[in-house]
Design a protein around this ligand. Structure first.
Ligand SMILES: Cc1ncc(COP(=O)(O)O)c(C=O)c1O
Length: 333
């Protein structure tokens, strides 16, 4: 029975959903959404705050400021509240309303940028605002998830060892790429301790992270308008890009089986199914995919038919048959 004295102490590290019956492949989904911040970002937030406190960067009276599409913002709001810091989250229009309200309920302040910069998109606009704030008052402390090595270190120390321990026969790991903290931490660990594991990055079409052309994206968490500074492509074996429309269809199919996950989980699962079908078909391959969060924060976007139709065209019905595997190519519509 876990008993905690601060919210960041609790994190479910060992929950995996067996997707085998749904996707017709030996695939397990590592669920990172079960903690008081509701996402994988609690680990990165805790690691970055701990390091900043150890290094004397964060002291009494500090105001933490961070650019976040939402989940890191919630995680930092949780930790800031628990440790007595003030917190400002700089986000953009794609951050969903529920996430913004959560940060405010936890005592944080939310600043939403409304205009993307020509080269850097919304992320560029967010970073511009954070820099301006830090220049205005030296109580502001920017942990900077985009460059902070403690972002990936959290996953090197916790996420990857956990899944490597649970799956001694692991063949392929699929990780979504936002800041690439999760991806880089897992890839570095596996390169060192389990070099036989294939590491595949999953990203959204429209993200420039892996060199693709920029295009509008609506699902928060994955993808970037500027190349992530933490990314070292030499540590990964392959990349799969998923159109957001297919991420949403995959979320709906998982929900039809009782699993309500966030939008980026749909991207990762869809990318994983497609990559496995093309590269490692058959029952001999064991794969794990990482699910960053759950679906309740996306009820007014990913799970709202009007929103989906507005952004991606008319909704396709989710497949409901329990024995129908997730389709592999194009057929997710
Ligand atoms: C929902 C969601 N998915 C995926 C990610 C990507 O994680 P990372 O920044 O470690 O690449 C994030 C990061 O904020 C997220 O919020």
């Amino acid at each position: 029975m876990p008993i905690v004295t601060s919210p960041e102490e609790f994190n479910v590290d060992d929950l995996y959903v067996d997707l085998g019956a749904l996707v017709s492949q030996r695939m397990y989904l590592k669920c990172e959404g079960f903690n008081f911040a509701g996402s994988v970002k609690l680990k990165a937030a805790a690691e970055m705050v701990d390091a900043a406190e150890r290094g004397g960067l964060l002291t009494a009276g500090s105001i933490i400021v961070e650019s976040s599409s939402g989940n890191l913002g919630v995680a930092l709001a949780v930790i800031a509240a628990s440790r007595g810091y003030r917190f400002v989250c700089v986000t953009d229009a794609r951050c969903n309303a529920a996430t913004r309200e959560l940060i405010k309920a936890l005592g944080g302040r939310v600043h939403t940028v409304t205009r993307p910069t020509p080269e850097g998109g919304y992320l560029g606009a967010r970073l511009e605002y954070v820099r301006k704030l830090c220049a205005s008052d030296d109580r502001y402390v920017w942990l900077n998830q985009y460059t902070n090595p403690n972002n990936w270190m959290a996953h090197y120390r916790r996420t990857a060892p956990d899944l490597a321990r649970k799956f001694p026969q692991l063949d392929v790991l699929f990780v979504g790429a936002g800041t690439t903290g999760t991806l880089m931490g897992c890839a570095r660990y596996l390169r060192r301790h389990r070099p036989e594991v294939t590491v595949v990055a999953v990203d959204s079409v429209g993200s420039v992270s892996f060199g693709g052309p920029a295009a509008p994206r609506m699902i928060p968490g994955l993808g970037a308008g500027v190349r992530p500074q933490l990314l070292d492509e030499s540590l990964i074996d392959d990349v799969v890009l998923v159109p957001e429309r297919d991420s949403i269809s995959t979320c709906h199919q998982l929900a039809a089986h009782g699993y309500l996950f966030g939008g980026s989980t749909g991207t990762v699962v869809c990318g994983a199914v497609r990559w496995l079908a093309e590269n490692r078909p058959g029952p001999d391959c064991t794969a794990v995919a990482i699910s960053p969060d759950l679906g309740e924060r996306y009820l007014d976007s990913v799970y709202e038919p009007g929103w989906v139709a507005r952004h991606y065209g008319p909704e396709a019905p989710a497949r409901l048959l329990p024995d129908e595997p997730l389709a592999v190519s194009g057929a997710l519509e």
